[in-house]
Ligand binder design. Structure first.
Ligand SMILES: [Ca+2]
Length: 135
C-alpha cells in the first residue's frame, strides 16, 4: 500500500507518541490517606518491563511542613532511603544518602519511612473494610 508522504509522517509521529507514552514510567499509588494528623501518600514507579525504579513516601502535616522520603532503588529495590526532602516555612532542602554529612537525616528519614509503611499496612485493610461495608 502506498501512503502519501504527509500522511506517513503523521502516522509515524502518532506511533512514536504511542510508543513513547507506553514506554514511560508507570506509577502506582499504594496509599493515599490520613494517618493521625498527616496526609500520607506512598507511590511506587516502575519502568517499562515493570521493575520498581523508585518509591516515595510523602507526609504532610496539618500544622504545616512536609517530608518526601525516596528510595531510588537499584534492582531489586532495597527499601533503603536515598533522599529526604524537607519542606518547612516555604523552603525545601534535599538530603542524599550519597552525602556522608547527611547520614543523620537519612537515618531518621529511614525510621519515618519504616514507621509509616507499617502504619499503612495496619490502616489500609481497616479503611478498605470500611469502604467495602459502605459500598
Ligand atoms: Ca535505595
Amino acid at each position: 500500500m502506498q501512503i502519501p508522504g504527509n500522511l506517513r509522517n503523521t502516522l509515524c509521529a502518532l506511533l512514536a507518541t504511542v510508543a513513547l507514552s507506553s514506554g514511560c514510567n508507570n506509577s502506582k499509588t499504594l496509599y493515599n490517606g490520613k494517618i493521625d494528623d498527616a496526609n500520607v501518600s506512598y507511590v511506587q514507579t516502575f519502568d517499562n518491563p515493570g521493575y520498581l525504579t523508585s518509591q516515595t513516601m510523602s507526609i504532610e502535616k496539618a500544622e504545616g511542613g512536609s517530608i518526601d522520603l525516596t528510595d531510588n532503588s537499584p534492582y531489586p529495590p532495597d527499601y533503603q532511603i536515598d533522599k529526604v526532602k524537607i519542606t518547612k516555612d516555604g523552603k525545601t532542602t534535599e538530603y542524599l544518602s550519597s552525602n556522608a554529612t547527611d547520614s543523620a537525616i537519612i537515618q531518621e528519614g529511614q525510621k519515618k519511612f519504616n514507621e509509616y509503611k507499617s502504619r499503612i499496612q495496619e490502616e489500609k485493610p481497616k479503611e478498605d473494610l470500611e469502604f467495602l461495608r459502605n459500598f
